[in-house]
Design a protein around this ligand. Structure first.
Ligand code: IMP
Length: 179
């Protein structure tokens, strides 16, 4: 385990097992219809790569980047599109791939924005959802894990841009935030 990690919340095996289940469930729902996976950078980059490889329906990728936490651990509530999609989503099945649903502010803004572009369908898969934390109601069709309200890193999630490459999800030692 990395020396900065206090404890592991989800092991590599647990994450991969759940992603395989999600991949089968999602693929069964779309059948032969092509689905456009839209990952929200940067956190969801690792999840989209693993999820797509567990899907059997035709899959395409696009990416968006929105402003979120910077190096702090609290949601600012301010959402800004830093990178927009490269292609149109009109009349396409869209599945937004998110790393973590915390307050829901980011996703609420994103879904409202994407809905105006008239996709054929618009759903969300999030790997993690913080229990009891959502400030705005969001319908997430697919949720990997409900986790307690703690700041987590690893598997795409960062603290000050670090720890994204850990294959598991864990909580940092308290002194890492204060140093
Ligand atoms: P929301 O708008 O509060 O739902 O925040 C969503 C975004 O905040 C996520 O996509 C992450 O980038 C970031 N975030 C929220 N909670 C955590 C966490 O525990 N660790 C790392 N990033 C987080």
């Amino acid at each position: 385990m990395h020396e900065d990690i206090d404890h592991v919340v989800l092991s590599e095996e647990e994450i991969q097992e759940r992603i395989a289940e999600l991949g089968s469930e999602i693929s069964a729902n779309y059948g032969d219809e092509p689905v456009l996976l839209i990952a929200v950078l940067r956190g969801a980059a690792i999840f989209i790569a693993d999820l797509a490889r567990q899907m059997t329906c035709p899959v395409e990728f696009d990416f968006m980047a929105v402003s979120s936490y910077g190096s702090s651990t609290r949601s600012s509530g301010v959402v800004r599109i830093l990178k927009d999609l490269d292609e149109t989503i009109e009349e396409r099945h869209v599945l937004v791939v998110e790393d973590i649903l915390d307050t829901g502010l980011t996703l609420k803004y994103l879904l409202k924005n994407l809905a105006t572009r008239k996709p054929k369908s618009l759903e969300v898969v999030t790997l993690l959802s913080k229990h009891g934390k959502q400030r705005v109601p969001i319908t997430c069709k697919y949720v990997g894990f409900e986790i307690p309200d703690e700041f987590v890193v690893g598997y795409g999630l960062d603290f000050a841009e670090r720890y994204r490459n850990l294959p598991y999800i864990g909580v940092l030692k308290p002194e890492i935030y204060t140093d």
